[in-house]
Every structure is written in C-alpha cells, then in structure tokens.
Design a protein around this ligand. Sequence first.
Ligand code: TYM
Length: 345
Amino acid sequence: MTERTIPNASTGAPRVFSGAQPSADSMHLGNYLGAVRNWVDMQSDHECIYFIPDLHAITVPQDPAQLAERTRKTAAQYIASGIDPTSTPFFVQSHVPEHSQLAWLLTCITGDGEARRMTQFKDKSAKQGAENTSAGLYAYPMLMAADILLYQTDQVPVGEDQRQHLELTRNLAQRFNQRFGETFVVPEAKIMKSTAKIYDLQNPTAKMSKSGLSDNGAIWLLDEPKKMAKKIKSAVTDDGSEIRFDRDSKPGVSNLLSIYSSLTGQSIEEIETEFEGKMYGHLKVALAEIVVDTLGPIRERTLEIMNDPAELDRLLAIGAEKAREIAGPTVASAYEHMGFLAPRA
Ligand code: TYM
C-alpha cells in the first residue's frame, strides 16, 4: 500500500470516505443500517469525510425540479442521523470538479471487459434495455473509484452491493500506482456482515432499494411513524410459525430478525429465545415499536433542518472547500504522474 501523499489529520487516524445517492426524497432503512449508521459510529476514531454523489444520481434520469431539493434532503438526513457538521466535512459531489477530472483518467485505464463485468451495470442495463441505458451508467464505477481515491481513503463503509465496485477501485489504484508511480492509497471496503444487505419487506429475497416494486417494501427514513409501523406489520413472512433465523427457508422472518438485532444490539439467538412459542405478529409489533423509536427522531430532526436551507448550504460550502483542499493536490499529482503538460503558471 502506498504512503499518503497528503498528510492525514493530526490524529493520524485512518481516513474514511462514503456517500449515498440523492436519488429519492428519503434514504431507506437499508441505507441507514448498511451504511449511514456505521458512518456515524466511525466518527469517534476515524477521520471521516462524507459526500452526496449527485453526479452518480444522473446516470439514470432525474427530474431537474427535484434534484437540488433531494440533495439537500440527503444532507439533512446525514446530520439528523448523527453526522456531526462541526467535525466531519460533508459536501456535494458536483461542487468539487476534481471528481469528474479524476474519473476520466481512471476511465482511460479501465478495460471495457472489466467495466462490463460490473453486476450492477449488467442488472440495471438488462432491466432498462440498451436503448435506455446511458453511457454514464457504464462509467459509474470509474467515477466511484475517483471519489474514493481523490481523498487517499483507507476505509470505505458500504453495503454488500458495493463490494464489486470497491474491488475495481482497488485494482485501479494499484494499476495506476504501478504504471505511473505511487499516487493513491489503496482503500479497503468496510462491510458490516450483519447489516450488509437488508431485504425488501414485501419481497425478502431482493435487497431493499430505492426502486423496489412496492413502496411497502421499503421503510423510508422520512415515512410518518404510523406508516413505518404499518409496513413492518404487513411485511411478508414465511410458512410455518416458528421465529427462527434461516435465510433460505425463512427469508422474511430472517430479515425482520436481522433488523431487530441491529437496532437493539441483541444477538439473533437472544431474540429467538425471547420470542420462543410466540407468533410472527408478536415479533412484528415489537419491531415496529423499535423502528419507530429509532427512525422517528431522525425524521423529525430532518424536517427541522430542512427549515433552514441557507444553513445547510453554508455547511455544504464549508465541506466542499475542505474537500477541495485534499482533492486538488491529488488530481494535480495524478496529472503529473500521467505526464500531462502542466499549464503555464
Ligand atoms: P446507494 O446510494 O445506492 O446506497 C448508499 C449506501 O447504502 C447501502 N445500501 C444498503 N445496505 C444494506 N442493505 C440494503 N438494502 C442497502 N441498499 C443500499 C449501499 O451499499 C451504500 O453503502 N455507488 C454508491 C454511492 C457512491 C459511493 C461512492 C459510496 C458513489 N461514490 C464512493 C462510497 C464511496 C451507491 O449507489 O450507494
């Protein structure tokens, strides 16, 4: 692994970088448990930088009338979830042009076959059809690699669905360093096993996602508490009545148990014991209360923060400025290593 070219904060703590797309009005429980909650926890002993990848969002069509508002809402949800704006910079991707600059360099050292093997690209393009698939969707993983490498990142906390993109990022960092000289830190994915993949409540073999088939499949952080409870109570469960974790034969109950465990800190075994002899309905009622207790205050805080968009924009501007202090020198170093003629000073 290459040494940092940009010194870390005085603490010398590992640097962490991650983000969630502003492609919906609200993040969902999968985003929260698989990613955001870990970002919050990592603030105590890591140097964290978080961002809102709006350039990623436009790889599929976005309504221009909604994009800016969704970007602010995502930022508000970061703070409401516990990202501390006084100590952790967070910013909007399109405010830092170095992301697009480095993405191009990385795209040019990525093989076509390598890019086509990305399962998210394969799945999404198969769903949309070639005619409706943008070249941006194809280039998405190289932009993601640029996001991470710009900040000389050590660890990237993400859900399971991003593992392959992280592998590509590592390969590109190593390839660049080998071909052109040490430039980038080679980052590691940080995937929490228990929450790596939260499943859709109506279709518990598919991941909970912003584009699920039914709105009832996802709990949105900004859902009204009553609605959250209703969605948990109407979650699809399995044949039989035993409350037991078994991903293959009981995907619905297993998903509820994972969510329960990660929100309470209790082990799956403890929860199974607690609900021994009880019905699925009992588990759902208890879980609905826990979900509402956790997400209800996040929702309220988000709505409060959204009342002061000017303050939010101010925090995002500070974040972008800090980000550019790191991203600027990284891009300059990458240009130099690749052999570009430097512009005259
Ligand atoms: P995105 O916006 O789809 O999701 C944000 C984070 O939430 C995780 N996640 C889940 N985790 C568990 N269960 C689920 N059902 C679930 N659904 C989503 C995702 O793994 C992710 O960590 N490409 C990224 C955004 C991105 C990025 C980056 C992330 C762009 N550049 C650089 C890290 C570093 C994405 O689309 O995440």
